[in-house]
Design a protein around this ligand. Structure first.
Ligand SMILES: [Ca+2]
Ligand SMILES: [Ca+2]
Length: 264
């Protein structure tokens, strides 16, 4: 081999190496460490928030705002629809506000601890600690206000997760406003809003090490399920933070949660 060929071969190998390195770095899994997790600052409010689904309290305009930019299993143009999310807190409650554009507002579950997650549904997963944990508290609520409130235990047995449906805290207040027609696809809807007031008592015991106060950080994921067809269970999921391995492992992956911090 002459020196020209040798140089060419060297550059070829170097090029393949560079392509491989950039491919591997692109494919890098979204692993959360305490240092690089996305942080949502939850501001304290000193005004009463009424959980009626109407954003008429001025403090909502001062809260941090995020959209759910990660959508999974979208197959049709109308599957990807905008969601805007806000949180506030005070000494009694954690408040959430979901604003969901939705051309086809759809729901059928009416019972507690049923399957609202196959409907148009807002969800929050909370770990009352900054680090990942084997258990998280979930509120999954459809536009009919049917609540699936659970403690989800990861790896309960043989690697399988388990929803503990007997977790039924009292006095969680939820308000929904529907701007459109429910379960009627003959027209185009505008969307829906959902406002939560989750009392501190809902975290009784779970908040022992990291109680709600300024400076405390919890891990969390906020998400939305969307169904547009009247029949069937086809749905799309969108999340506030990217969830790696979604297709394989779904949404209950505590190592994919971001952080929320209670601030004054
Ligand atoms: Ca329950
Ligand atoms: Ca829908």
């Amino acid at each position: 081999m002459n020196s020209k060929n040798l140089v060419f071969k060297f550059y070829k190998i170097a090029l393949i190496f560079c392509v491989l390195v950039s491919y591997i770095s692109c494919k890098k899994e979204y692993k959360l460490s305490l240092d690089d997790r996305p942080l949502f600052k939850v501001k304290k409010t000193d005004r009463a928030i009424v959980a009626d689904g109407k954003m008429d309290e001025t403090d909502w305009t001062k809260s941090e705002v995020r959209t759910f930019d990660y959508t999974y299993k979208a197959e049709k143009p109308d599957d990807t629809q905008k969601t805007t999310f806000r949180m506030l807190w005070d000494d009694e409650n954690l408040y959430l506000f979901f604003e969901c554009e939705d051309k086809y507002i759809t729901a059928r579950e009416t019972k507690r601890d049923g399957m609202p997650f196959y409907d148009d549904c807002a969800e929050i997963f909370l770990t009352p600690a900054p680090n990942s944990s084997n258990a998280h508290i979930c509120f999954e609520v459809n536009v009919l206000k049917a609540v699936n409130d659970i403690v989800y235990v990861n790896d309960f047995t043989q690697g399988l997760g388990l929803p503990v449906k007997g977790y039924n805290p009292n006095d969680v207040k939820i308000g929904v406003q529907i701007n459109g027609t429910l379960n009627d696809n003959s027209d185009i809807d505008k969307g829906w809003t959902m406002e939560f007031a989750i009392p501190k008592e809902a975290f009784l015991g779970a908040d022992r090490h990291y109680p709600i106060k300024a400076g405390t950080q919890w891990a969390f994921l906020a998400l939305r399920q969307g169904r547009n067809e009247i029949e069937g269970e086809r749905r799309v999921t969108s999340t506030i933070f990217p969830v790696d391995n979604f297709i394989e492992k779904d949404v209950h992956q505590p190592n994919m949660f971001g952080l929320m911090e209670f601030v004054k």
